[in-house]
Design a binder for this molecule. Structure first.
Ligand SMILES: Cc1cc2nc3c(=O)[nH]c(=O)nc-3n(C[C@H](O)[C@H](O)[C@H](O)COP(=O)(O)O)c2cc1C
Length: 211
């Protein structure tokens, strides 16, 4: 703490990291996915509510369930990725607050009675957690391909609707259709041969003001 990480880490997390569309035939183990979660879970969310729910699709069967929801340009890169994670959010995240935010017993009630606040909190913080996932994946040597080109309703119906079985998770995360997809992210070891030249970014003065 208080120390800058070295240049190699900054390159791996930001400067040299890219969004990948093609993948090496190198698998991603379940242990690596557990390591990924064990890192990203520590990053901050409001009221420590951690509303993101992550569905890691690894099998061909799981990928086929996703296929009809994908925008045409995202099909090939997703079907060939070793893992696709659905970054979703739980609209009943506040039920976990007695455990996650125990010193403030009124917090769960605040969300329970205010669906607008609940939804904006779930969306904001699951987006943050999705970004933490990308950075944690890069820190573990993985590459990412985030995607918003998909049909949210189809994904929600297929994976998170009432009565759908929970797959690959230790607990009942998705029992009643209150989990909604935010974005998708392919994970694997990228094939750099398919990358296009890097796009420009806004300069400091275009995106930032010092007040
Ligand atoms: C939330 C989000 C959604 C995205 N959606 C798509 C998508 O649907 N399809 C796609 O090919 N790339 C998608 N991208 C990738 C971006 O186009 C890419 O990150 C951006 O052009 C920067 O590329 P670079 O990371 O290689 O520098 C998405 C990225 C993010 C963060």
């Amino acid at each position: 703490m208080g120390h800058k990480v070295d240049d190699a880490a900054l390159d791996a997390l930001f400067r040299a990291a890219r969004s990948f569309m093609k993948w090496q035939p190198r698998p991603v183990t379940d242990d690596t996915l557990r390591d990924l979660y064990e890192l990203l879970k520590w990053a901050p969310t409001s009221a420590n509510a951690a509303p993101a729910r992550l569905a890691f699709l690894r099998s061909k069967e799981a990928k086929e369930r996703l296929r009809p929801a994908l925008a045409p340009l995202n099909v090939e890169k997703t079907m060939t990725a070793p893992v696709t994670v659905i970054v979703a959010y739980d609209l009943k995240f506040y039920e976990q607050l007695p455990k996650l935010f125990p010193h403030s017993p009124g917090m769960a009630k605040l969300f329970e009675g205010n669906p607008e606040l609940t939804e904006s909190t779930a969306k904001r913080n699951s987006s943050l957690q999705g970004a933490y996932l990308i950075l944690a994946a890069r820190a573990l040597g993985l590459d990412c391909g985030p995607m918003s080109g998909f049909d949210n309703n189809k994904v929600d119906d297929e994976f998170f609707a009432a009565g759908k079985p929970c797959f690959g998770c230790d607990q009942e995360f998705f029992p009643e259709g209150h989990v909604k997809a935010n974005f998708l992210c392919n994970l694997g070891y990228g094939d750099p041969s398919a990358l296009h030249p890097r796009l420009p970014r806004l300069a400091f003065g275009e995106a930032c003001s010092l007040l």
